[in-house]
Structures are given as C-alpha cells and as structure tokens.
Design a protein around this ligand. Structure first.
Ligand code: MN
Length: 416
C-alpha cells in the first residue's frame, strides 16, 4: 500500500515583529495541518525551523500546539528534526517540551556513531535524520555519521530528514555559505526531506545511489527576502506518495494574501523629497494593494539629509488608507551622503583603512575634542575589537561576549 505524507520545512513560527505577519504565518501552519488531516495522510515531516527561535512567544506556541494536537488526534504522526533556528546548544528548546508531551516525535541524531532509526509502525516506513546545530556545526556530525545500519535496513521505505544545504545543489543566494557534500548522506533512501534552503527545489539523485531530494522552501516566509520571493511564486508544502520505488510529489500552495513588491531609488534626492514622492506614490496606487502585503524597498544615497528624517510613518498610514494589510519597509540600503567614504588609495589594506578612517573622521562634525583629535584611531581600534567573533569552540556565552565587547569599547573610547 502506498505511504502518503506531508513534507513541510522552515515554518519559522514567531518570526516577524509585525503582528499581522506573525499571525499570517501561524495561519499558514494551521491551514497546512488541517489540509493534511482532511487528506487523511499517514504522517507529517517537518524538516527543521518549525519555530523561529528556541524559546518563542508562548501564545504562538500554544496555538501551534493545538493545531498539531488536533492533527495527532486524527491519527497523523508528526516527525521532526531541529532546524538552525529552533535548536539551542544550551537551553531546552520548546521542541523538546512538545516531544516530551507526545505531540511530535524528534528524530534523534545526537550520537553520530549510532544515528536513530525511527519506525513509523502503521506504514513500516523507516526515518533517520540529521538535526541542525548552531552555525553549521552539523558538518562535524555528517563527517562522522555512521549510516551503514540505516543503509543496510531493507525492511521498509526509507526517508532521510535533514536541515542543511547540499553542496552540489546550493542556490545562488547561498553560494557562499557552507553546505554538506552529498557523499556524506546515507545512500539508498527513497526520499530525502530537506529544509534550511528557503527556495523550492526538486532534485533526482537516483543515478548516484540516492533518491528524490526535495526542499519545499518556507511554508510562509520568515523575512523580507522570503516575502519578496513570495511576490513572484507561491509558498507551501509537499504531499508525497510512495509506492515501492515510485515517488509522486505534489506541491500544495498556501495562499493567504498577495504580496506586492515596490522599489524606490532615492539616490540624488533629499530626505524631504523622498518623503514627498513616497506619499505621492501611496496616494496614486489603486485597488492593487488592497488586502495585500506591501513590501517597500527604499535604497540609494541621499543628496541631503538622513534616512531618519524621512517621515515613513506617514507613508505607512497612506498605504494603510489604501487598504494595504501590511506595509513592510526595507531601508537597509538607504544611506546619507555624509556617511559615504570617498575613494582612497594606499599601498596596503592597513594604509587604505587608516586613510579612509582619517577622512571620514575629518568630515565628522563634533564638539568632542577627543574625537576630533583621535577619531581616526578610535574608529580603527573599535572596528578591530568588534570584528573579533564569539569563541564558539570554547562555548563563550553571548552575555559574556557582549560584556567583553562593551568593556573593550569603553577602554578604547577612554571612558572606563
Ligand atoms: Mn529556515
């Protein structure tokens, strides 16, 4: 008999500061699970990043738990691996609590020498997995993982669940981040349920001894980039049907609200001009933003004034008046002229750095005599101090690291 299951990844419940976006994300998850229940699937696989952080907003956790509980009560099993977001090296994650309560089943991979094989009793499916660790530390796990027992197991359909990019199949936007070489995956599984890569992909690696590898992409979205992608193509999850070696995949869109993406180049304009043009734009839109998520990217170097002088809240209100459900502003690449450094030349990196700082420091207006005299040196030393990363190997705590940085900065600024 065929095995039918859902493959979800990167839900990121609890992401977004905007309450409406947070709610929409939760709504997408609830809808997905009720569709799975209605379709009478055997089980649900969540390939990591169910939650945006290890200890998310408890209201979101409560709502999500109710939905998962209803799904469980209808007879569907839920299998999961940690993602890079909901894993915590030090604290107990909310996922551990849900696993202890029997709402979902974690696929353990703590011991690389003996990765767990979970048997889904009603279907006989075998699942193994690899949880994400903090910042790509799962690489170490994959290097050592002993898959031979799982590879030898021939008693049922095999599914491998993971939360990592694969080196051979990294999308362009992840080209500089670390992945796992395919050779370190267990061979001979029928289906490889992936997560972590926020872009949908279906890959067939049967020829090389693997199987169907699928990344559903985010169920909803977790940030601006995801939402921008969602304005071009749908987000959702997969329903998979396996019968013997036959694999049928079907992508299911979750469409809650439309996304409109707007871009505005502010280069060469003054802060007040930008504010006026944006307001004009907002009043010129028609019904196309009604009930939708409006993304607005404002970028470029202002001729005069600072980004903070632009009245974005008036722009937000104007879009709301036009019926936009959410107005999401991205001004990360909007800069003031004063902040820009002219082209500098030097014999080496150090010299270029020194001159760039000296120049920027000379242009910086301040009444502070110390900064006027020492600005260049202070900036250089601060940069050097701030670029020291936290010592993850020595398990340096975030709080300790922050205290150390603040103390060093105070010393450089001569205020300790
Ligand atoms: Mn993710």
């Amino acid at each position: 008999m065929a095995i039918r299951f859902a493959h979800i990844a990167d839900v990121h419940l609890g992401a977004f500061r905007d309450a409406t976006l947070r709610e929409l994300n939760l709504e997408a998850f609830k809808r997905c699970l009720s569709e799975c229940t209605a379709a009478k699937l055997d089980f649900v696989i969540i390939a990591g990043d169910l939650f945006h952080v290890a200890l998310p907003d408890m209201r979101v956790v409560d709502e999500a738990t109710k939905a998962m509980r209803a799904c469980r009560d209808a007879g569907l099993r839920i299998y999961l691996v940690y993602g890079s977001h909901d894993y915590s090296p030090t604290a107990t994650s909310v996922i551990d609590v849900l696993a202890s309560a029997g709402v979902l089943r974690k696929i353990h991979s703590d011991d690389a020498a003996h990765p767990e094989i979970v048997v889904d009793a009603p279907t006989g499916a075998r699942l193994a997995g690899a949880c994400a660790r903090a910042r790509g530390l799962e690489n170490g796990f994959f290097e050592k993982a002993a898959w031979s027992e799982f590879e030898r197991d021939a008693s049922g359909t095999k599914i491998f669940v993971f939360h990592s990019a694969i080196d051979e199949h990294k999308p362009e936007f992840l080209s500089r981040s670390e992945g796992i070489p395919l050779a370190q995956f267990p061979r001979g599984c029928t289906y490889y349920a992936g997560g972590h890569v926020h872009e949908r992909a279906e890959i067939d690696e049967t020829q090389r001894g693997f199987g169907r590898i699928v990344f559903p992409g985010p169920l909803f979205s977790a940030d601006y980039r995801d939402l921008e992608a969602a304005s071009r193509h749908d987000c959702g999850y997969y329903v998979v049907e396996i019968e013997g070696k036959q694999v049928k995949t079907e992508f299911k869109s979750i469409k809650l609200v439309g996304v409109v993406s707007l871009e505005f180049n502010a280069a060469g304009k003054s802060a007040s001009e930008v504010g006026a043009v944006l307001l004009e734009k907002a009043s010129a839109v028609g019904t196309e933003v009604e009930g939708k998520i409006v993304l607005a990217k404002v970028f470029g170097e202002l001729r005069e004034g600072k980004p903070g002088e632009i009245d974005f809240s008036a722009v937000r209100e104007a879009f709301a008046a036009r019926g936009a459900k959410v107005f999401y502003l991205n001004r990360g690449q909007l800069t003031a002229r004063e902040a820009a450094v002219q082209r500098v030349e030097g014999a080496n990196k150090r010299e270029i750095e020194e001159r760039a700082f000296a120049q920027a420091s000379a242009a910086f207006e301040t009444k502070n005599a110390f900064l006027r005299a020492e600005g260049g040196r202070v900036a250089r030393e601060l940069l050097r101090s701030f670029s020291k990363a936290r010592d993850e190997e020595a398990k340096e705590k975030k709080g300790d690291y922050e205290t150390k940085l603040v103390r060093e900065a105070a010393k450089i600024l001569g205020i300790d």
